[in-house]
Design a protein around this ligand. Sequence first.
Ligand SMILES: *Cc1c(COP(=O)(O)O)cnc(C)c1O
Length: 433
Amino acid sequence: MMSNLALLGGTPVRDKAIPWTNTMGEEEKKAVAEVMESGNLSAFLGRAGAGFLGGPRVQKIEQMFADKFGAKYGISVNSATTALHTAVAACEIGPGDEVLVTPYTMSATASAILMNNAVPVFVDICEDTYTLNPNEIKKWLTPRTKAIIVTNLFGLPGNVPEIVKIAKQHGLYVIEDNAQAPGATIDGKQAGTIGDLGIFSLNYHKVIHSGEGGMILTDNEKLAYRCQLIRNHGEVAVDDLDDENTVVLGSNYRMTELHAAVGIEQLKKLDGFLTMRRRLAEQVTNGLAAIDGLQGVVVPEGYTHSYYVYPIQFDQTVWEISRATFASAMKAEGFPLGEGYVKPLYLLKMYQHKKVYNHTQYPFSFISDPVQIYQKGICPVVEELYGEKLLTADICRVPYTAKDIDDFLTVIEKVWHERKELKKYEKNNISCS
Ligand SMILES: *Cc1c(COP(=O)(O)O)cnc(C)c1O
């Protein structure tokens, strides 16, 4: 029997995948033109006084973020990666300290710890939400533990309230990596404002963007001040200010007026983007409910999701084909899927070799009795999702429409009905190596 699956020679539902779409409009163009005309592309000066906090657009976007998400202070930076570095440094974390973090996140979340010469300790996640499991925290606490970084992954906040509760009992800071979940909430409170510090991304790939950019939110005046110093050569500024109580190593993580101008316009569009993402995602969730062996998103009671990507769990025992074969069949129909998200971070070569700077294995070597060595098996839930179960679909975004989601679901059914043919294909395509 001839199969009508595109992977097996049939006609694809879509000729090619739906491309990324430009979300820059007239508003962004006009805002950038105004900065160009002013000539004031960055108004920062690396000293205390006028210019220490940047120009009008930088200060405006900080106020807008703080107001929109409900935080006292906003500190803009040039990426979420530098926002993470700044947040960890603001907590005065350094050599000899440990920070708990999930290994199922963008590498920068954990690198921020190493860049402050502290050591990441990886904590497994909850299988349904993909976020740091509060029940796993105790296992890894030591007198050296200083903070917990929770990533609000794929658009869903972690159980930050519970994590904050545990952190308070042990005197730890909580930093939320909210790069993927702007506008998500828990009981009406905004993700990124529940921990001590929350960071946001304005990178090109995120829900809203300015090319590159980042933001830190906090209610804590001292942490906000430290973030401002770290962003802008603080070791000089504290002397200018005769501040006897603060010592800090700063850098240049400043956002330009151009990026702030774009970010301001994008932030105004966030709610519109989220409404569209949530509508498309709901359609995916409802459709997947009727399909065996695929689990869609489960949003916990009281939470809202920003659907940066749509995660799906694939059950190989039900489908009787591998995740890779399923993904290939979907891609051939014009719906490419991500497989596994990212390698659990502790399995990256840098952690395996414990080589960060030079031959000394510093900062790992600074701790004589490490609570964790990065062997396989320390976070089994993450390893199984990475290796076998998780698929990600980047389909809840412009220019996807309800019709495209219908097509997506139709393609899944088409693949389901021909899984026996795919099984044969799999058998015939076993490689020799
Ligand atoms: C994208 C991302 C980052 C880094 O963002 P940049 O702005 O590109 O530096 C950090 N953490 C998570 C979870 C991300 O998805």
